[in-house]
Design a protein around this ligand. Structure first.
Ligand code: ZN
Length: 410
């Protein structure tokens, strides 16, 4: 296989997670009686541009035929993050009611609602029908298409020009990273700025976050790799911030290479140095990851078996994609984890792909009073622990598996 960015041949493996069904392919009572399609889940490193990427396999398009159930607005923490972001960029770039904001992968309008509240014109681009219609209900104009050079050119032809573009947690989902990146310069005003947020590969590797690897992610980015990808597609980076979302993300600010005039922050060279010192430009850096991930997996399985042997009951919280990677890699089934609860009504009454663990609403937790609650989306741990503090009443304890198994806290 060749690199999605630079076309170099890929030979260095990062991790092989065996195979798994698509992480958003939740099952219903009816589909539970049918076989599932499992796809290989292996990640490789490009030793030329250091883009880390999923191995391609046949029939990848089948992944995205499933009903998409992720709505950003179901997380309070994520909404606060979006609101804070809007406050910050409006002030920093002096956005007014005469500005234009365009968000790519605008989901259900979780972020643009705060732009709209300020009276700033905004446009969402979101290919998923269920989330884009939720955004329209909030009054946010949303184009239901995938972003790339073709759409960007068409919108520019219709007169759209952005002061600010936003693309949060979408880069990884993009199969053609070059076409996607090249779209922004077509829609930005000469001084316009685009910001991207994506999980930082350095955190993924150093914190054993192998469960953030799933089929819908085509790429995993270091700052070093993204700088190269952007610069070959007409974007220059003016600033970068390390932020806490999704276990440690980067927020990258970029502008048009031809006309951008914002000064470049020293954060840019500092983070490049930090990655170089960590060894991210060296194959050695990537070589111990499988072993570290296997330890997390083994410790988690050992915990579940021990709990079962001791007669303790366990439930899961959060029917999230990262939970599915962990559960399927670890081979967990309902005998060790009988159910998970989730706040999203679209997932309740369904079953996790692969593990086939049933998903209930939160009231099931109060009824069953499990001894342990495994928080699968560990990135939302603080929020979930606050929300479920009532498990203390029956002596329930919280468990997280990543970066290392931590059990019995409350
Ligand atoms: Zn490459």
């Amino acid at each position: 296989m060749k690199c999605r960015h630079c076309r170099a041949e890929l030979t260095l493996p990062l991790i092989d997670l065996g195979s798994a069904p698509p992480s958003n392919a939740y099952l219903t009572k009816l589909t539970l009686r049918r076989p599932e399609k499992w796809f290989p889940l292996k990640v490789l490193v490009c030793e030329s541009c250091w883009l880390v990427q999923a191995e391609s396999y046949s029939r990848a398009a089948e992944l995205f035929n499933e009903e998409y159930a992720y709505f950003s607005s179901f997380s309070e923490q994520w909404l606060k993050h979006a609101q804070h972001y809007v406050d910050t960029v409006v002030a920093r770039f002096g956005l007014t009611i005469d500005s234009q904001v365009i968000e790519v992968a605008s989901n259900d309008g979780y972020l643009l609602q705060f732009v709209k509240q300020r009276g700033i014109p905004c446009l969402g681009i979101e290919p998923t029908a269920s989330t884009s219609s939720a955004a329209r209900i909030k009054g946010i104009e949303t184009i239901e298409e995938f972003f790339g050079v073709e759409l960007a050119g068409r919108l520019a032809g219709q007169g759209f020009k952005a002061d600010l573009m936003v693309a949060n947690n979408v880069l990884a989902h993009t199969p053609d990273i070059n076409d996607f990146s090249a779209g922004f310069i077509l829609l930005l005003k000469p001084w316009g700025v685009v910001t991207f947020e994506f999980p930082h590969l350095m955190k993924l590797i150093e914190q054993n976050q192998f469960d953030t690897i799933y089929h819908e992610h085509f790429s995993y980015f270091s700052f070093t790799a993204i700088m190269q990808i952007f610069s070959r597609n007409g974007l220059s980076v003016l600033d970068v911030e390390e932020i806490n979302t999704h276990g440690g993300s980067l927020r990258v600010f970029a502008q048009r290479m031809d006309t951008g005039k914002h000064a470049v922050s020293e954060n840019v060279s500092n983070l490049l140095d930090k990655e170089r010192v960590a060894g991210m430009n060296n194959a050695y850096y990537y070589k111990g990851f499988q072993e570290n991930a296997d330890k997390v997996k083994n410790d988690f399985v050992a915990f579940l078996i021990k709990a079962k042997q001791e007669g303790k009951t366990v439930a899961g919280y959060g029917a999230a994609a990262k939970g599915n990677t962990l559960l399927n890699y670890a081979g967990i089934r309902p005998d060790l984890l009988p159910f998970v609860v989730d706040r999203n009504p679209a997932k309740q009454g369904k079953y996790l792909p692969g593990s086939r663990i049933p998903i209930f609403d939160e009231s099931r937790l109060r009824d069953a009073q499990p001894d342990y609650v495994v928080i699968l989306p560990w990135n939302l741990k603080e929020e979930v622990m606050r929300q479920l503090d009532y498990i203390n009443a029956w002596g329930g304890k919280f468990v997280t598996a990543v970066p290392v198994l931590k059990c019995g806290y409350n």
